[in-house]
Unconditional design. Structure first.
Length: 611
């Protein structure tokens, strides 16, 4: 999530000062490029590993701050939610045993994170989206207490002027309105970096854009969100919507969202992307401008980097300084976390090798491929995984699996071998991709097939079984193409009302006819009916007994209980039962935490499941 030293309460005057600092930083960047002051002759790779923290039941565990307090390894840092962490890996020289070194450090840092998590009663899980996440996990009290995160949430929601809307469909349909940016915390990724010289930026950036679709098709690992079966890589759709602060007018004009693949090949180097970031996107966060650099000192470009850090391109150009020397690198943000370290190392090899091949064979892939094809490939891969049809170089679409096996894996092998990577490493890592594609078992496919194998069962128990099984296999290190399916759900666990309640509800509005409400209740054998307004807020409860008493020719609002007892989804089942018993009611509407939007209903009959 980037720099944490931000001004949480900046006024308009401070924003103008910060805007001027951004322009100064951009001018400094252009001077660095013109004066050829960037590091040359050295290519490095690096990675960032995002992860979930879960409790003994596979549910999100908000213990990140506690872990960081006890752990002093600088590679582990916070993320947006308290149930996430991020590990920043050591940059390594391109070629040789870099892939083995990357994999070894991944194992090392995840072992460190697991030890720290277990001391806090938790564990580590690698998913693009954690299957056990529920909407109750996405409240602001689960946000990491950092000024950056709260300032970002405030700025995004103010710019949006309302809730962030999510509408994603495939096997299931999800429509959701959420009032904060915690939706972004549902996504974890494995981000790759490659250092390039300024005059190489166009070629490597465009190669990363072209490679995004096929590499993602072989790596999808996020098919479940809030219990719904959505895209194989739901991260792509969810991330775009989670921080979409565009107003309705901007959306109608086609204004670019902050999460973007872009609209054309890059032709103007790093300055072109930074220039567009400044011109198209409003400032969300501010900080104190840098002091002027000393003679010969590389400028930090803090303002420009902070602003660009609030624009989430799937591939982007980053500025950094190593040993006093500035450098540029391409950051590839497409890949999900997991399923295992071996899978992630394989994904990295496929990406680096394919990019190297594209640059080596074509110079700039823009000469031989339409941008629209690269962009379409990316979204097709997210929606369909290995079942996608991808256009490669020419306009002919081919099945992703055959394209990868017949053309792209051989190209990646050539790219890595010609770049001087260790041959054994190349064969070992790309062999994982080959087996995964041949078996057609990505992380997303394993989840989907396991769901089918478990059949109809309690959704929460099903999702916990997936997480528990995945963690066990992740710790053994066996790549996902060899994982056996999960065929039996976990035992139902109802610790909170949210795990027990019914979400698919019949409801009525205050101005509905009471006779209609009575008919709905009798048709469906229910005795309690929530009343919600047009915004989904709980405004009352109806009982069949009350309707029988007053008749059906009146409006629901005239006969409903206007002050119903309600609980939120995080309420423990024992407390809810005691509340229900004390109030002598047979049901409790469930509302969102610190709000009044209706999310479910729990009845006395539901508590029978606890026996």
């Amino acid at each position: 999530m980037g720099q944490h030293d931000v001004d949480a309460e900046a006024d308009e005057a401070a924003r103008r000062v910060f805007a001027a600092a951004i322009l100064d930083d951009f001018d400094a960047l252009e001077r660095l490029i013109a004066e050829d002051r960037f590091e040359r002759g050295t290519r490095r790779i690096g990675a960032e590993q995002e992860l979930f923290l879960v409790d003994a039941h596979g549910l999100p565990a908000p213990v990140g701050p506690q872990i960081l307090e006890a752990n002093r390894d600088p590679r582990l840092v916070s993320e947006l939610a308290q149930f996430n962490l991020e590990a920043n890996l050591t940059p390594r020289p391109w070629g040789g045993r870099a892939l083995s070194a990357l994999e070894g450090e991944l194992d090392e840092v995840l072992a460190l994170a697991r030890r720290a998590a277990r001391a806090a009663g938790a564990d580590v899980a690698l998913f693009g989206i954690l299957p056990t996440l529920r909407e109750t996990d996405l409240s602001l009290d689960k946000m990491t207490p950092s000024p950056r995160y709260h300032a970002l949430n405030r700025a995004m929601t103010e710019r949006r002027g309302g809730s962030f809307a999510v509408d994603i469909g495939r096997d299931d349909q999800l429509q959701l309105a959420h009032d904060n940016v915690m939706l972004e915390a549902c996504n974890t990724s494995f981000q790759l970096h490659v250092q390039v010289a300024p005059d190489e930026v166009d070629r490597w950036y465009n190669a990363a854009q072209a490679a995004a679709g096929p590499v993602l098709a072989a790596a999808v690992n996020a098919p479940l969100f809030l219990g719904r079966r959505l895209w194989p890589e739901t991260r792509v759709a969810l991330f775009e919507r989670a921080v979409d602060e565009r107003s309705p007018a901007q959306q109608q004009r086609g204004h670019a969202p902050r999460v973007t693949f872009g609209n054309d090949w890059l032709r103007g180097g790093a300055a072109e992307l930074f220039r567009e970031d400044i011109a198209r996107f409003r400032i969300l966060l501010t900080t104190q401008p840098d002091r002027p650099p000393a003679a010969g000192e590389a400028p930090k470009l803090t303002a420009l980097r902070l602003h660009s850090g609030t624009i989430y391109r799937w591939n982007r150009v980053c500025y950094g300084i190593t040993d006093g020397k500035p450098h540029l690198r391409i950051e590839h943000r497409v890949l999900p976390a997991g399923p295992t370290v071996r899978d992630e190392a394989a994904n990295a090899a496929f990406f680096y090798g394919l990019c190297a091949a594209l640059v080596g064979e074509h110079g700039d892939v823009a000469r031989v491929m339409r941008f629209d094809a690269a962009k379409s490939n990316f979204f097709a891969a997210a929606r369909e995984g290995l079942d996608a049809s991808l256009a490669w170089r020419d306009t002919t679409a081919r099945p992703a699996a055959s394209l990868i096996l017949e053309e792209l894996l051989p190209a990646a092998r050539r790219g890595l071998t010609e770049a001087g990577f260790d041959r054994a490493d190349v064969e070992r890592t790309l062999g994982v991709i080959e087996a995964r594609v041949q078996n057609r078992q990505t992380g997303a496919a394993w989840v989907s097939r396991s769901l089918e194998a478990m059949g109809d069962c309690d959704a929460d128990a099903r999702d916990r079984a997936l997480v528990t099984a995945a963690i066990e296999r992740q710790q053994r290190g066996e790549p996902v193409h060899a994982w056996p399916l999960v065929e039996q759900a976990a035992r139902p666990r109802y610790a909170t009302v949210g795990e027990l309640m019914t979400r698919d509800l019949y409801t009525v509005a205050p101005d509905d006819l009471a006779a209609l409400a009575a008919r709905v209740m009798r048709w469906n054998g229910i005795h309690h009916l929530p009343v919600e307004d047009a915004r989904g807020r709980l405004v009352g409860m109806l009982t069949l007994a009350r309707l029988d008493e007053v008749g059906g020719d009146r409006a629901v609002g005239e006969v409903m209980d206007r002050d119903p007892i309600a609980v939120d989804a995080a309420t423990e089942t024992r407390a809810a039962r005691e509340l229900m018993h004390g109030a002598r009611v047979d049901s409790l509407p469930v509302i969102e935490p610190r709000g009044d939007r209706l999310v479910g209903l729990v009845t006395a009959r539901d508590f029978d499941k606890l026996r």
